[in-house]
Design a protein around this ligand. Structure first.
Ligand SMILES: [Zn+2]
Ligand SMILES: [Zn+2]
Ligand SMILES: [Zn+2]
Length: 346
């Protein structure tokens, strides 16, 4: 019997056991759908704007054009919004209460104040307009909202990173079932991104090129490619730690999403929708998380390359994963890619 494979991540010092020997088909992972959280009244649905804080940013249609505005701090909230951004009611990171707090975000080596921002992006007035089902123009607005929030938050003096992510399904941590994403701005660069940045910088100084551009070139002709168009590639990473994990990478080198053109936003929306729809069809609408990895510091401009990582929640990390930090993935990335490829086509 051949051995399972122990694979190392492209960039991170992280190992995964790819269980080729007890490899499973993606459809084996299909579970009955978990009941979504049902609240009597959804605070994010249109008409219930008074149940949330005033929107710090919103898009609305005026004379056939999408306009950016915000709710007044006092008084009537906007009703005819398309996308709405609100402060999180239970923020993990909160803005400085007074300017002197900025002098001492770090108390000492082991204690910082969790100063930053935590927002909820309500992706649609329609409760279940998730990316896998959304109209492309609506999904373009969501991506534009990601860009606008990154633009606005990344220039704040206390912000070193902006994490844009989405939890879908109860088991993936979505406490509200209304289509939404979240944005957390932090006073440090989170460890995973920092490790990726370091590794890509080292690769750049050794090889004189971006490691992600290199990954794209190599994977485009290989068994882990899921889909490709003029602007983006979707692939199942070589050492993915989640069954059916996939990444979306732009072909054009860029450290972050700030300079995406309108056609690129549209192309990204279509790529995101088609892959999430394929995942949904293939494994019975599984819970998932996705998150952008990007760089906002100018030093990483040439060496870092933004991408979106999508982690379907189809397995449980148990004793070995938690205690040893080594993961076991029972669906090979090659099988994941093949099945997603076929699901996109059908
Ligand atoms: Zn709702
Ligand atoms: Zn690149
Ligand atoms: Zn990454």
């Amino acid at each position: 019997m051949p051995y399972n494979e122990l694979r190392k991540d492209y960039l991170l010092d992280r190992w995964v056991v790819i269980a080729t020997e007890r490899s499973r088909r993606p459809t084996d992972l299909s579970k009955p759908n978990q009941e979504a959280v049902k609240t009597a009244v959804c605070p994010l649905c249109i008409g219930n704007e008074n149940m949330t804080p005033p929107a710090t940013m919103l898009y609305q249609k005026e004379n056939g054009e999408v306009k950016r505005s915000q709710d007044p701090l006092i008084g009537e909230r906007t009703k005819n919004w398309l996308v709405r951004v609100i402060p999180n009611l239970f923020p993990a990171f909160s803005p400085p209460k007074q300017s002197q707090d900025l002098q001492s975000i770090a108390k000492n080596d082991r204690l910082w104040n969790a100063i930053g921002e935590h927002e909820v992006i309500v992706e649609s007035p329609i409760h279940d307009e998730d990316p896998s089902e959304a109209d492309i123009p609506q999904l373009e607005l969501v991506i534009n909202a990601y860009i606008d929030r990154l633009k606005e938050l990344s220039i704040k003096p206390y912000v070193k990173y902006v994490s844009i992510f989405r939890n879908y399904g109860l088991e993936a941590g979505a406490s509200l079932s209304h289509a939404h994403s979240q944005v957390i701005a932090t006073p440090t660069v989170p460890t995973t991104v920092q490790d990726e940045e370091k590794a890509s910088k080292a690769f750049y100084s050794e090889q004189g090129k971006c490691i992600f551009c290199d990954i794209i070139e190599q994977e485009t002709n290989g068994p882990r490619l899921i889909s490709e168009n003029d602007d983006f590639v979707v692939l199942a990473p070589y050492a993915s730690i989640n069954p059916m994990e996939f990444w979306i990478l732009p072909k054009k080198h860029a450290p972050n999403i700030l300079n995406l053109t309108a056609p690129e936003v549209s192309s990204f929306a279509k790529t995101l929708k088609s892959t999430l729809k394929a995942l949904k069809d293939l494994v019975n609408d599984p819970p998932y998380n996705y998150g952008f990895h990007l760089a906002i510091n100018p030093e990483s401009k040439d060496s870092y390359h933004w991408h979106l990582e999508v982690y379907p929640k189809l397995s449980t990390w148990a004793g070995f994963e938690k205690s040893a930090g080594v993961y076991i993935n029972t669906v090979t990335p090659e099988t994941a890619a093949e099945s997603l490829r076929n699901a996109i086509k059908s």
